[in-house]
Design a binder for this molecule. Structure first.
Ligand SMILES: Cc1cc2nc3c(=O)[nH]c(=O)nc-3n(C[C@H](O)[C@H](O)[C@H](O)COP(=O)(O)O)c2cc1C
Length: 136
């Protein structure tokens, strides 16, 4: 099974999840400057929200790589909202990308909120989530 891990991050929180997920799956987590060079069975894509929306680069990445994504798996960090699934789901639907029902989300530090998150427990849970979805 071919698996890729990509993420968008501004302050590093989502990258921490991406690295934990990638390590659990034996692949390398890359940012969105790395297009998919071949079709993958699973794309684990990490994102976050900034003033309620995911960054436009996440939409662009999905539009540009839609044909190479067998199934998209969403993961995210945020300070307040409960995840980016709803927003990613809309983009996936508009681009005919199958989206896994399972997702992983945890708090991400922001200003004085949620210091230290994602923490070691979050990372362990993200790794467990990835292994379970990928069946490895
Ligand atoms: C400019 C800005 C706006 C944000 N707006 C929101 C928001 O509307 N809702 C929310 O839950 N978190 C918001 N956050 C918090 C981030 O989603 C959170 O810190 C997240 O973990 C950042 O991920 P990153 O470090 O991977 O970029 C905002 C953060 C920044 C910097």
């Amino acid at each position: 099974m071919k698996i890729a891990v990509r993420y968008f991050t501004r302050s590093g929180n989502t990258k921490k999840l991406a690295d934990a997920i990638a390590e659990a799956l034996g692949v390398e987590a890359k940012d969105l400057s790395a297009p998919l060079t071949e079709k993958v069975d699973l794309l684990f894509l990490g994102s976050s929200v900034y003033a309620y929306g995911v960054d436009g680069k996440v939409r662009n990445y999905l539009e540009d790589n839609a044909m190479r994504i067998g199934k998209l798996v969403n993961f995210s960090t945020a300070a307040l909202i409960s995840g980016t699934y709803a927003q990613i789901s809309k983009i996936a639907e508009q681009n005919d990308i199958p989206l896994a029902k399972e997702e992983f989300h945890c708090r991400g530090s922001f200003a004085m909120l949620h210091k230290g998150r994602p923490n070691q427990e979050d990372l362990a849970q993200a790794a467990e989530f990835a292994r379970s979805v990928a069946g490895v």
